[in-house]
Design a protein around this ligand. Structure first.
Ligand code: SAM
Length: 265
């Protein structure tokens, strides 16, 4: 088994992503379709007037989209200064399209400088998976709950071990190898998260918003490519196949990426 990256290597990885991809959503992930699905899913929980913290916002691509559709007061934080520079540049370029207000700053999810009980919604999208260990993931989760107002929502969209294993089990039935976990990630154990957070916040919903998309692009697409000897790029955002599957309603629990909604009592 290959070694996972250590925390300074993960930091270097995200710094390179910021430099290489600038303001593109690719700075966060090559699968733009899942990013779009995530934005729509999370936006459903945002209300005009909300004070929102978006932790690990990368170059602010999604944060700014939220402020285009909701009159929120959003603060985006990322621990990579180059990501925040890109986010601020994009904020300046998009100012006239925003209905809400946005600011960006450097900040670390494991030691937030924000005050206790200060946000209506805290958004965490694909951030805990970068923290290396369960102890640090739990620290990050607790920080996010700490800064939520009582009654506030934690909107947590992360890759889970359970979803990843189920997708790989489906692939295995068709003779395909496991999709490896990227070396800079440690997917969250959703059972551990639910059990640990349970004492501090109530789980309202788990949305498997990308389950159908994962089956279409990570199982059916490579199988068809194999059968037709076509080249395959499973995450290709320009592919019609990906567009179609991203428009289908979610079914089952085969998405590595899931949204967990917790309410602070
Ligand atoms: C996959 S991107 C997330 C992108 C963004 N949330 C979105 O919705 O597209 C992960 C981001 O988490 C940031 N990150 C990783 N560890 C962090 C930490 N300890 N504190 C704050 N940000 C962190 C990385 O710099 C990177 O920009």
């Amino acid at each position: 088994m290959m070694n996972r990256l250590n925390q300074s290597e993960v930091y270097e990885y995200w710094t390179r992503q910021a430099r290489e991809h600038g303001r593109s959503p690719s700075a966060s992930w090559s699968d733009h379709r899942v990013i779009e699905m995530e934005i729509s899913e999370i936006a459903k929980y945002l209300t005009d007037g909300d004070k929102v913290l978006d932790v690990g916002c990368a170059n602010g691509y999604s944060s700014l989209r939220f402020a285009c559709v909701r009159r929120v007061q959003l603060r985006g934080l990322d621990y990579v200064p180059e990501m925040i520079e890109q986010a601020r540049a994009q904020l300046a370029a998009m100012q006239d399209r925003l209905v809400g207000s946005v600011e960006f700053d450097v900040g670390d999810i494991t030691q937030l400088k924000e005050r206790l009980n200060s946000y209506d919604k805290v958004i965490v999208v694909r951030v805990l998976i970068n923290l290396g260990t369960w102890e640090r993931q739990l620290l990050g989760l607790r920080e996010c709950i700490r800064v939520l107002k009582p009654g506030g929502l934690l909107l947590l969209s992360e890759a889970t071990l359970q979803g990843w294993r189920r997708l790989n089990a489906l692939r295995k039935e068709w003779g395909m190898e496991d999709i490896p976990m990227p070396l800079f990630n440690q997917y969250i154990d959703e059972e551990k998260v639910i059990a640990a957070v349970g004492s501090e916040a109530t789980l309202l919903e788990i949305s498997n918003f990308a389950s159908t998309y994962y089956v279409g692009t990570r199982v059916l697409k490579p199988l068809l490519a194999q059968a037709t000897h076509a080249p395959v790029s499973v995450a290709d955002p320009g592919a019609e196949w990906n567009r179609w599957f991203s428009q289908l309603p979610p079914a089952g629990d085969y998405g590595t990426q899931k949204l967990f909604v917790f309410r602070k009592p």
